[in-house]
Ligand binder design. Structure first.
Ligand code: FAD
Length: 561
C-alpha cells in the first residue's frame, strides 16, 4: 500500500507512562519514533496519578534491605489474577519489571524509592506485609522541560493540594498528622510555587514535579534529549493491516486524515475505555458510570476498537480498577478516596444506613464491593461517608480540608457536604431512616471503643493499618463516632480506569482471539487486558506493568537492549 504521508520505525499511540517508555526504549535502540496523542495535553492518567509502580525484586528494594524472591511474586500474582491470563504474561512481568526499573533509572532523570507499602493482599502466599514492592518517584525539577511543562497534565485533584500544589507521598504523613515542621515545609513549597516568576504569571502549573507528574515529566525530558517528537491533538483513527501484519495507521492531523507507516511496529498505549459510556454499557455493566472514573476524558477506548477492526482479540472487558470516589459537581472525573477510609472516626454506610464492608481495605476491594452491592441491592450509588467533628478537625475527607472552614470550600464541595448536630438530624438530611443509622453507629461504636470490628475486621490486615492513625490505639483504624456535629459526604462506586482490553502475549504483541500474534501490533497499559485479571495485588500494579510491557514491546521490535 502506498500514499503514506510519513514513515517512522515505531509509532506510539498515547503519551501515558506505557507509551512514553516504549518510545524511549525504541529511540535508545536507534529507532525513528513518533508519539501521537489525542488530547491537547500529554501524560494521560499516568501524569495525574500517584506514579507508584509495583516492582518485585528491585535493586532499590534490595538496598533498602528487602531481599525479594521473584517466584514468591509470581505465586502471589498468579493466585490473584484471572484464569484466562496466561502464566507466561505474568512471568514476563515479574521477570522484566526490575530490569525495566534499572534501565529507566540509568537512562532518564526519573528515580524511584521502594516504600514499606504492604501488598493489598499481603496475607496471601507470596505477599509482602513489609511492602518494598511498591516504589514511588522522587520529586523532579520540571524546568528542563521548558515550554512542554505547560502541556503536561495537572496532577489529579486527589493527588495535589488546592488543585495546583504538587506533593510527594512522604509529605502525606507530615501533612496528615501535622508532624513537626509541617507548617515550615508547606510554607516552603508554597513559596517556591508562588515565587516561580515569571512562570507564575502565565501558568498555574507547579514546576516541582512529584508523583505521576515526576514520572511522566522525567520520561519526556529523556524523550526530548533523544529528539522524539510528540504530536498533541493527533488521535489514532484506524489501523492499516496488509496481509497478516499491521503496517501503519491513519491519524487525524489538523482535522485531516494523515497516514503513517510504521516499519517496525505500532504500540497502542491509549489507555482504557473508562470515559466511553457506550463501551462501558456494552462491556462492563458492573461499573456503569463513566462520569465517576478518575481517568482522563480522552481515554475512550478508540484504540481497542481500532485493534478489534484488524482482528485483535479482547479479554476481561468487564473489568475495571475499581475504587470509591468522591464526585464534586462540575468536575470531569471522580476523586479517588485512598487514605481517609482507614482513619479513625469515620464509617461508610449504604442508603439504608448499614455498614457492609471493611472501609480500610484497598480501594479496589472497596470499589468492587460497592459496585456489587449496587448491582444486587440498588442502595450503594452513592454510599455515605459519615464522620464526626473530631475527624473533621483532624483529617481531610476527599475534597474537604481540615482547619479550613467549610465556608472557604468551593460551592461544589459545600453542595455535597451534609451536617447534623446529631446522627438523627444528619440521617434526615441524607434521606435515611434516623433510627437505623443511629443503631448501626451505636453497634459500631460499642466495638470500636475496644478496637474491634467483628463484622468486617477493619484494622486487622497489614494494608488497613498502613493508612490508619499510628498514634491511635488499640486499633489505628477504629474510634467511636460519639461527639457531634456529624458530617456526611456521598461516595460513589467508581474506578481509576478500565483494565480489560486487547489480548496480548508475553512480548506485548497483540494477538487474535485464538492467540496468534499480529505482526507489527503491540498494546500496553490499560489498552491491553491486564496481567492482573480482575485483581489489584498492590499499589503500582497498573503503571508498573504499563512501563514494563512498554519496555518489553520496544525491545521486541528493535531486538535491542
Ligand atoms: P494513560 O496514562 O491514561 O495514557 C493514555 C493516553 O492515550 C492519554 O494521554 C490519552 O489522551 C491518549 N489517547 C487516548 N485515545 C487516543 C487516540 N485515539 N489517539 C492517541 N492518543 C490517545 N496506578 C498505579 O499503578 N500507581 C499509582 O500510583 C496510581 N495512582 C493513581 C491515582 C489517581 C488519582 C488515578 C486517577 C489513577 C491512579 N493510577 C495509579 C491508575 C493509573 O494512573 C492508570 O491505570 C495508568 O496511568 C494508565 O496508564 P496508560 O499508559 O495505560 O494510560
Amino acid at each position: 500500500m502506498s500514499n503514506w504521508d510519513k514513515e517512522v520505525d515505531i509509532l506510539v499511540v498515547g503519551s501515558g507512562a506505557g507509551g512514553m517508555m516504549s518510545a524511549l526504549v525504541g529511540a535508545h535502540n536507534h529507532a525513528d519514533v513518533l508519539i501521537v496523542e489525542k488530547a491537547d495535553r500529554w501524560g494521560g492518567t499516568s501524569a495525574t496519578s500517584g506514579g507508584g509502580i509495583w516492582i518485585p525484586g528491585s535493586d532499590v528494594a534490595k538496598q533498602a534491605g528487602f531481599d525479594d524472591n521473584l517466584d514468591d511474586a509470581f505465586i502471589y500474582l498468579r493466585k490473584l489474577s484471572a484464569a484466562n491470563v496466561p502464566d507466561e504474561n505474568i512471568r514476563a512481568y515479574v521477570d522484566n519489571a526490575s530490569p525495566m526499573l534499572r534501565w529507566m533509572m540509568a537512562n532518564t532523570p526519573v528515580q524511584y524509592m521502594a516504600f514499606p507499602y504492604p501488598d493489598y493482599h499481603a496475607e496471601n502466599p507470596g505477599g509482602s506485609a513489609k511492602g518494598f514492592r511498591t516504589h514511588l518517584p522522587n520529586p523532579l525539577d520540571g524546568k528542563p522541560l521548558g515550554a512542554d511543562v505547560r502541556t503536561l497534565r495537572f496532577a489529579s485533584p486527589a493527588a495535589s493540594l488546592f488543585g495546583y500544589l504538587n506533593w510527594h507521598f512522604s509529605e502525606t504523613y507530615e501533612l496528615l498528622y501535622r508532624q513537626k515542621g509541617w507548617i515550615k515545609n508547606l510554607t516552603k513549597n508554597m513559596a517556591k510555587y508562588w515565587l516561580d516568576l515569571p512562570f507564575r504569571l502565565t501558568s498555574r502549573k507547579d514546576r516541582r514535579l512529584t508523583l505521576g507528574n515526576a514520572l511522566t515529566g522525567g520520561l519526556r525530558m529523556a524523550l526530548n534529549e533523544k529528539d522524539v517528537p510528540l504530536w498533541l491533538e493527533t488521535p489514532l483513527k484506524e489501523l492499516v493491516r496488509e496481509g497478516d501484519a499491521v503496517t501503519g495507521a491513519v491519524v487525524e492531523k489538523d482535522g485531516k486524515p494523515y497516514r503513517i507507516r510504521a516499519r517496525k511496529g505500532i504500540v497502542l498505549a491509549a489507555g482504557g475505555f473508562e470515559k466511553n459510556q457506550a463501551m462501558r454499557d456494552g462491556n462492563a455493566p458492573l461499573y456503569p458510570a463513566a462520569r465517576y472514573s478518575g481517568g482522563v476524558t480522552s481515554n475512550t477506548g478508540d484504540s481497542i476498537v481500532a485493534g478489534e477492526a484488524v482482528g485483535a482479540g479482547t479479554m476481561n472487558m468487564q473489568s475495571a480498577w475499581a475504587a470509591p470516589v468522591f464526585y464534586v459537581p462540575g468536575e470531569d472525573r471522580g476523586r479517588l478516596c485512598t487514605v481517609e477510609r482507614a482513619l479513625p472516626g469515620c464509617i461508610m454506610v449504604n442508603q439504608s444506613g448499614e455498614r457492609f464492608l471493611n472501609e480500610a481495605a484497598s480501594y479496589h476491594i472497596v470499589g468492587q464491593q460497592m459496585a456489587r452491592r449496587q448491582a444486587e441491592h440498588g442502595d450503594a450509588d452513592p454510599c455515605w461517608m459519615i464522620f464526626d467533628q473530631e475527624y473533621r478537625h483532624k483529617f481531610p475527607m476527599g475534597p474537604l480540608y481540615p482547619l479550613m472552614p467549610t465556608a472557604m470550600h468551593s460551592k461544589g464541595v459545600r453542595s455535597i457536604l451534609k451536617k447534623g448536630r446529631s446522627i438523627e438530624e444528619l440521617a434526615g438530611k441524607i434521606g435515611m431512616d434516623p433510627s437505623r443509622l443511629s443503631s448501626a453507629i451505636g453497634r459500631f461504636n460499642a466495638h470500636a471503643a475496644k478496637g474491634e470490628d467483628p463484622e468486617f475486621h477493619r484494622g486487622e490486615a497489614a494494608y488497613d493499618k498502613m493508612y490508619g492513625d499510628f498514634r491511635h490505639s488499640p486499633n489505628p483504624c477504629l474510634r467511636p463516632l460519639d461527639k457531634g456535629p456529624f458530617y456526611a459526604l456521598p461516595i460513589y462506586p467508581g474506578d481509576i480506569g478500565t483494565n480489560g482490553g486487547l489480548k496480548t502475549n508475553a512480548n506485548a504483541q497483540v494477538v487474535s482471539e485464538d492467540g496468534t500474534a499480529i505482526p507489527g501490533l503491540y498494546a500496553v497499559g490499560n489498552n491491553a487486558a491486564s496481567s492482573m485479571g480482575e485483581s489489584y495485588p498492590g499499589a503500582g500494579v497498573t503503571i508498573g506493568p504499563a512501563l514494563t510491557f512498554g519496555y518489553v514491546a520496544a525491545r521486541h521490535m528493535t531486538g535491542g537492549n
